[in-house]
Ligand binder design. Structure first.
Ligand SMILES: Cc1cc2nc3c(=O)[nH]c(=O)nc-3n(C[C@H](O)[C@H](O)[C@H](O)COP(=O)(O)OP(=O)(O)OC[C@H]3O[C@@H](n4cnc5c(N)ncnc54)[C@H](O)[C@@H]3O)c2cc1C
Length: 368
């Protein structure tokens, strides 16, 4: 019997694996380590190896689809575009079993041709493993984002030292991640409630808006959004995309996974050594969500507004001249406190009443 079996070799599973030294662990991956199609920028401080970095950025540019923009400069390289497969591969420490998990129960993981026993099971199987979790009784994140992205030749106006987040075409925004002077990754994301008809953004139209030429390597991906509240159940923990662990405003997940992985690894080690219980992670998770509830409620509310309101509020944010430090702190924050310093202070009435009401409602929903 293994101490820990991790299902899924994406960033969540691989990072956790790297932190469980001293335990008998096994990683099961169906399609190849880090094989998900991802176009991800994250904080350089969570990346250990230069080999996995494709580009670095010393600023972030907020942009509306009609071309307004505000650049937040940090004075040093703070962010990087990662090679997801290399990042995940660089972290794996355990033996990897190539195979598809078809189900699990307390202490047992079922593959097509064998059953593996384990004291603890960590489900890091992302969006593709949702049926496993439903069968076991876990809930799934309430929103699904449908993303379409491609590689494009950079026009002159794109600055390779900054990355761009775009508001106004798709209702979960879009991005431009430059790859040096010559190329960039460009994508758009639509968000849907479960059960809605999922439509990937019309990238041809979006590309025309920015005057980009048709790119190559068009990819689509689904990406869950919204925190699952119960993450521990009968010896199984869900982690990463499986638990909806993503920044509620910026949709960035890798640094959130990195923050929670050390806490989860501690609980797992203590449990295996008989000095703690897995349920302690549920307590940590609940407390983290409580402390983050205002950020979470704000993010849920903003992204559920109509597109024209999202654009109006983005232009308001640009006018406020928020300090780059505040933007950085907000991007990094999960349950940490952060202050917003702005040159021009907004009034309560600058924001639509629906935003205030939605935020209160979402905060209450988070707390109960
Ligand atoms: C297009 C795109 C752009 C993004 N941009 C950013 C960004 O800029 N910054 C950022 O921080 N985040 C970004 N994200 C989000 C981030 O990439 C994900 O949140 C993160 O990769 C999730 O990692 P994970 O390990 O939880 O899931 P995954 O990487 O999805 O890993 C799950 C793994 O489980 C395996 N699996 C599934 N089912 C089974 C099964 N039954 N048996 C065995 N194995 C199974 C899968 O094959 C997969 O390898 C983006 C995501 C996408 C899709």
């Amino acid at each position: 019997m293994h101490d820990v079996v991790i299902i899924g070799g994406g960033y969540a599973g691989c990072l956790l694996d790297s932190l469980l030294e001293g335990l008998d662990t096994l990683l099961i991956e169906e399609k190849g380590i880090g094989s998900k199609d991802v176009s991800a920028v994250t904080f350089m401080r969570i990346v250990d190896s230069d080999d996995v970095i494709r580009n670095t950025y010393d600023s972030y540019t907020l942009m509306t689809v009609d071309g307004d923009s505000e650049k937040y400069e940090f004075g040093e390289d703070v962010f990087c575009l990662v090679d997801y497969e290399k990042l995940c591969r660089s972290l794996v420490r355990s033996d990897v079993v190539e195979g598809k998990v078809i189900g699990y129960s307390s202490g047992k993981v079922e593959l097509e041709d064998e059953t593996i026993e384990s004291k603890i099971i960590i489900d890091c199987s992302g969006i593709n493993g949702e049926s496993l979790r439903k069968k076991f009784g876990f809930k799934t994140p309430p929103i699904v984002n449908a993303l379409r992205f491609e590689r494009i030749t950079s026009p002159d106006w794109v600055d390779p030292s900054t990355f761009y987040l775009i508001v106004g075409f798709a209702n979960f925004g879009g991005w431009i991640y430059p790859l040096g002077n010559e190329f960039l990754e460009f994508g758009m994301a639509n968000r849907f409630r479960r059960g809605d008809n999922i439509l990937f953004p019309d990238i041809d139209k979006a590309r025309d808006l920015f005057g980009f030429k048709r790119g190559s390597g068009l990819k689509t991906a689904l990406y869950p959004y919204g925190f699952v509240k119960k993450v521990v159940r009968n010896g199984v923990i869900i982690f990463g995309d499986a638990s909806g662990l993503t920044h509620p405003v910026y949709g960035m997940s890798l640094h959130y996974i990195s923050k929670m992985a050390t806490k989860l690894a501690d609980v797992i080690k203590k449990t295996i050594r008989g000095k703690g219980k897995l349920g302690e992670y549920q307590v940590i998770w609940k407390e983290t969500l409580r402390r983050a509830s205002s950020l979470i409620a704000g993010g849920y509310s903003i992204w559920s507004l109509p597109l024209n309101t999202q654009v109006r509020l983005t232009k308001l944010q640009m006018k406020l001249k928020i300090s780059p430090r505040s933007v950085l702190d907000q991007m990094w924050a999960f349950d940490e406190e952060f202050e917003v310093y702005a040159k021009h202070h907004p009034k309560f009435t600058d924001y639509p009443l629906t935003l205030h009401l939605k935020t209160i409602l979402n905060r209450i929903k988070m707390m109960i």
